[in-house]
Design a protein around this ligand. Sequence first.
Ligand SMILES: Cc1cc2nc3c(=O)[nH]c(=O)nc-3n(C[C@H](O)[C@H](O)[C@H](O)COP(=O)(O)O)c2cc1C
Length: 231
Amino acid sequence: MKILIINGSPYKENSTTLKITRAFMEGLNETAEIVHTIDLDINPCRACYACWVKTNGKCVQNDEAITVLNKIREADLVIWSIPLYCYSAPSHCKALMDRTVCFNSAEMYLGDDECTHHYGYEDGSKKTVLISSGGLPDVKGNFDGLVFQLKRMFGENTATILCAEAGLFLSPETEPLTLPYLEAAKKAGTEYKATGLISKDTQMILDVPMIPTDMYIANVNATFSAMKEKN
Ligand SMILES: Cc1cc2nc3c(=O)[nH]c(=O)nc-3n(C[C@H](O)[C@H](O)[C@H](O)COP(=O)(O)O)c2cc1C
């Protein structure tokens, strides 16, 4: 299986989100290519629509997005590893997401409950997984925009791992909380390989905050206060 990981974190290899993605990969027991969007020259989409009306799906810009779009085309599974920024993707990663409109048809169609251009990938057989982490303590609401985008763009069957309270990954002291989360992400990878899905039980572990909200908020506020005092 050809797997492409698109890492939207500016922390690159030190990304919390990528740590969770790596645990998922361990469960998948496959190798993958990683692209770090922060390092790439990716222009915004110019909305010229040449890809829809002139070039049969080829983007006419000449930048590094073209290489990534080709890698996406060739992959069997694309894992978007995206830290949550303002309830969406970081702008350099969003620029790449916008550029994938060249995978879609110009023709609008009426689906069951939406009208869209988005057929998903060209032949519809490609799989997509979204792995995201956020510093806020809630999954519900917080990740809704990003999940909606990815599912509308790449298919309702896009599997998701959404890690709230990701600040807990930043300290070795909280490993007793984060290691079980990573174990669950690994299990999700194993299940995904076997069935193309994450089981309900595993999804429940991944979707539940690691510690109570009030405790997490107190912890984060104390950490930022201490950082401010130092400066
Ligand atoms: C500009 C910016 C916006 C952010 N917006 C959100 C947000 O809307 N919701 C949230 O839960 N966390 C938000 N965060 C926190 C990051 O999502 C969080 O720290 C994440 O775990 C970083 O992952 P990474 O280490 O993979 O980059 C934001 C951080 C930054 C820098």
